[in-house]
Design a protein around this ligand. Sequence first.
Ligand code: AR6
Length: 175
Amino acid sequence: MSLKISLHLGDITETVVDAVVNAANSSLLGGGGVDGAIHRKGGPAILEECRKIRARQGSCPTGEAVITTAGNLPATYVIHTVGPVWQGGNNDEDRLLRNCYRNSLKLAEEQGIKTIAFPNISTGIYGFPKEQAAQIALDEVQRFSSEVVEEVRFVCYDGENFRLYQSLLAALDNE
Ligand code: AR6
Protein backbone atom coordinates (compact mmCIF):
# COMPACT_ATOMS: atom_id res chain seq x y z
CA MET A 1 0.00 0.00 0.00
CA SER A 2 1.17 3.54 -0.64
CA LEU A 3 1.88 5.74 2.36
CA LYS A 4 -0.17 8.63 3.66
CA ILE A 5 1.91 11.82 3.54
CA SER A 6 1.41 14.76 5.88
CA LEU A 7 3.25 18.05 6.30
CA HIS A 8 3.98 20.03 9.47
CA LEU A 9 5.89 23.16 10.34
CA GLY A 10 7.66 22.85 13.69
CA ASP A 11 10.06 21.00 15.92
CA ILE A 12 10.45 17.28 15.26
CA THR A 13 11.40 16.64 18.90
CA GLU A 14 7.77 17.38 19.78
CA THR A 15 6.28 15.11 17.15
CA VAL A 16 4.18 12.20 18.41
CA VAL A 17 4.91 9.30 16.04
CA ASP A 18 6.42 5.84 16.40
CA ALA A 19 9.77 7.00 15.02
CA VAL A 20 11.44 10.32 14.32
CA VAL A 21 14.35 10.40 11.90
CA ASN A 22 17.54 12.18 12.88
CA ALA A 23 19.83 13.89 10.35
CA ALA A 24 22.96 12.55 12.02
CA ASN A 25 26.62 12.36 11.02
CA SER A 26 28.57 9.16 10.57
CA SER A 27 30.10 9.31 14.06
CA LEU A 28 26.57 8.90 15.54
CA LEU A 29 27.84 10.89 18.51
CA GLY A 30 25.66 13.96 18.07
CA GLY A 31 26.19 17.40 16.57
CA GLY A 32 24.26 20.60 15.88
CA GLY A 33 20.95 21.22 14.10
CA VAL A 34 18.22 18.66 14.49
CA ASP A 35 20.76 16.11 15.78
CA GLY A 36 21.67 18.40 18.68
CA ALA A 37 17.99 19.04 19.45
CA ILE A 38 17.13 15.31 19.47
CA HIS A 39 19.99 14.40 21.83
CA ARG A 40 19.32 17.39 24.11
CA LYS A 41 15.62 16.66 24.52
CA GLY A 42 15.85 12.87 24.28
CA GLY A 43 18.52 12.62 26.96
CA PRO A 44 21.55 10.34 27.42
CA ALA A 45 19.81 7.03 26.64
CA ILE A 46 20.01 7.82 22.91
CA LEU A 47 23.77 8.46 22.96
CA GLU A 48 24.31 5.35 25.04
CA GLU A 49 22.66 3.20 22.34
CA CYS A 50 24.54 5.05 19.59
CA ARG A 51 27.82 4.20 21.33
CA LYS A 52 26.83 0.53 21.47
CA ILE A 53 26.04 0.55 17.75
CA ARG A 54 29.44 2.14 17.06
CA ALA A 55 31.16 -0.50 19.15
CA ARG A 56 29.40 -3.18 17.09
CA GLN A 57 29.61 -1.83 13.55
CA GLY A 58 31.83 1.25 13.61
CA SER A 59 30.61 4.49 12.10
CA CYS A 60 27.42 4.74 10.04
CA PRO A 61 28.12 5.22 6.30
CA THR A 62 26.38 8.03 4.41
CA GLY A 63 22.95 6.94 3.20
CA GLU A 64 22.59 4.19 5.82
CA ALA A 65 20.36 4.19 8.92
CA VAL A 66 20.38 2.75 12.45
CA ILE A 67 17.72 2.72 15.16
CA THR A 68 17.77 3.54 18.89
CA THR A 69 15.35 4.37 21.66
CA ALA A 70 13.90 7.90 21.61
CA GLY A 71 14.68 8.36 25.32
CA ASN A 72 12.53 11.16 26.73
CA LEU A 73 11.05 12.23 23.39
CA PRO A 74 7.34 11.56 22.77
CA ALA A 75 8.32 9.20 19.92
CA THR A 76 9.28 5.60 20.66
CA TYR A 77 12.32 5.31 18.38
CA VAL A 78 14.89 7.49 16.69
CA ILE A 79 16.14 6.36 13.29
CA HIS A 80 19.53 7.98 12.70
CA THR A 81 20.48 8.42 9.07
CA VAL A 82 23.51 10.15 7.62
CA GLY A 83 22.80 12.54 4.78
CA PRO A 84 25.37 13.52 2.15
CA VAL A 85 27.35 16.75 2.44
CA TRP A 86 26.54 18.86 -0.65
CA GLN A 87 29.72 19.17 -2.72
CA GLY A 88 28.30 20.73 -5.88
CA GLY A 89 26.15 17.82 -7.05
CA ASN A 90 28.67 15.58 -8.82
CA ASN A 91 29.59 13.44 -5.86
CA ASP A 92 26.63 11.08 -5.81
CA GLU A 93 24.71 13.37 -3.48
CA ASP A 94 21.26 12.62 -5.02
CA ARG A 95 21.62 8.85 -4.77
CA LEU A 96 22.94 9.06 -1.21
CA LEU A 97 20.05 11.27 -0.12
CA ARG A 98 17.58 8.84 -1.72
CA ASN A 99 19.24 6.04 0.23
CA CYS A 100 18.66 7.93 3.49
CA TYR A 101 14.89 7.99 2.93
CA ARG A 102 14.69 4.44 1.55
CA ASN A 103 16.88 2.86 4.23
CA SER A 104 15.05 4.69 7.03
CA LEU A 105 11.72 3.43 5.68
CA LYS A 106 13.06 -0.12 5.33
CA LEU A 107 14.31 -0.06 8.92
CA ALA A 108 10.94 1.28 10.07
CA GLU A 109 9.20 -1.55 8.26
CA GLU A 110 11.48 -4.16 9.85
CA GLN A 111 10.67 -2.75 13.30
CA GLY A 112 6.91 -2.71 12.77
CA ILE A 113 6.75 1.09 12.80
CA LYS A 114 3.49 2.59 11.53
CA THR A 115 4.17 6.32 11.71
CA ILE A 116 7.47 8.02 10.93
CA ALA A 117 8.53 11.68 10.81
CA PHE A 118 11.38 13.02 8.66
CA PRO A 119 13.23 16.33 8.97
CA ASN A 120 14.63 17.87 5.78
CA ILE A 121 17.79 15.76 5.75
CA SER A 122 21.02 17.45 4.55
CA THR A 123 19.37 20.85 3.91
CA GLY A 124 20.89 22.58 6.96
CA ILE A 125 24.55 22.33 7.87
CA TYR A 126 25.20 19.90 4.97
CA GLY A 127 24.02 22.48 2.40
CA PHE A 128 21.92 20.33 0.01
CA PRO A 129 19.71 22.59 -2.20
CA LYS A 130 16.28 22.57 -0.57
CA GLU A 131 14.04 22.12 -3.60
CA GLN A 132 16.12 19.26 -5.00
CA ALA A 133 16.14 17.59 -1.57
CA ALA A 134 12.35 17.97 -1.22
CA GLN A 135 11.75 16.39 -4.63
CA ILE A 136 13.96 13.44 -3.72
CA ALA A 137 12.28 13.00 -0.33
CA LEU A 138 8.77 13.00 -1.79
CA ASP A 139 9.73 10.76 -4.68
CA GLU A 140 11.29 8.12 -2.43
CA VAL A 141 8.35 8.12 -0.06
CA GLN A 142 5.92 7.76 -2.96
CA ARG A 143 7.89 4.85 -4.37
CA PHE A 144 7.85 3.02 -1.05
CA SER A 145 5.02 0.60 -0.70
CA SER A 146 4.43 -1.13 2.64
CA GLU A 147 2.04 -3.33 4.54
CA VAL A 148 3.50 -1.99 7.81
CA VAL A 149 4.36 1.70 7.55
CA GLU A 150 1.18 3.76 7.16
CA GLU A 151 2.09 7.41 7.51
CA VAL A 152 5.05 9.63 6.75
CA ARG A 153 5.11 13.08 8.26
CA PHE A 154 7.51 15.70 6.90
CA VAL A 155 8.39 18.11 9.69
CA CYS A 156 9.87 21.33 8.32
CA TYR A 157 11.59 23.66 10.75
CA ASP A 158 11.94 26.60 8.40
CA GLY A 159 9.29 28.35 6.34
CA GLU A 160 11.20 27.98 3.08
CA ASN A 161 11.20 24.18 3.27
CA PHE A 162 7.59 24.16 4.42
CA ARG A 163 6.45 26.23 1.42
CA LEU A 164 8.47 24.07 -0.98
CA TYR A 165 6.81 20.91 0.31
CA GLN A 166 3.40 22.58 0.23
CA SER A 167 3.73 23.42 -3.45
CA LEU A 168 5.23 20.05 -4.42
CA LEU A 169 2.43 18.23 -2.58
CA ALA A 170 -0.22 20.45 -4.19
CA ALA A 171 1.24 19.62 -7.62
CA LEU A 172 1.02 15.90 -6.79
CA ASP A 173 -2.64 16.28 -5.77
CA ASN A 174 -3.40 17.85 -9.13
CA GLU A 175 -1.76 15.10 -11.17
N1 AR6 B 1 13.05 19.89 14.11
C1 AR6 B 1 12.92 19.71 12.78
N2 AR6 B 1 13.84 20.13 11.89
C2 AR6 B 1 14.93 20.78 12.38
C3 AR6 B 1 15.15 21.00 13.76
C4 AR6 B 1 14.13 20.54 14.65
N3 AR6 B 1 14.24 20.69 15.97
N4 AR6 B 1 16.33 21.68 13.90
C5 AR6 B 1 16.83 21.87 12.65
N5 AR6 B 1 15.98 21.34 11.74
P1 AR6 B 1 20.66 19.97 10.00
P2 AR6 B 1 22.04 18.33 7.98
C6 AR6 B 1 16.07 21.29 10.26
O1 AR6 B 1 21.69 21.04 9.91
O2 AR6 B 1 21.99 19.43 7.00
C7 AR6 B 1 24.50 18.06 12.56
O3 AR6 B 1 25.56 18.68 13.20
C8 AR6 B 1 16.92 22.32 9.57
O4 AR6 B 1 16.19 23.53 9.42
O5 AR6 B 1 20.15 19.59 11.32
O6 AR6 B 1 21.63 16.95 7.53
C9 AR6 B 1 24.75 16.55 12.36
O7 AR6 B 1 25.44 15.98 13.45
C10 AR6 B 1 17.17 21.64 8.23
O8 AR6 B 1 16.08 21.88 7.34
O9 AR6 B 1 21.19 18.58 9.31
C11 AR6 B 1 25.58 16.54 11.11
O10 AR6 B 1 26.94 16.79 11.38
C12 AR6 B 1 17.15 20.15 8.57
O11 AR6 B 1 16.67 20.05 9.90
C13 AR6 B 1 25.01 17.69 10.30
O12 AR6 B 1 24.41 18.58 11.24
C14 AR6 B 1 18.52 19.52 8.52
O13 AR6 B 1 19.47 20.41 9.04
C15 AR6 B 1 23.90 17.21 9.38
O14 AR6 B 1 23.52 18.26 8.55
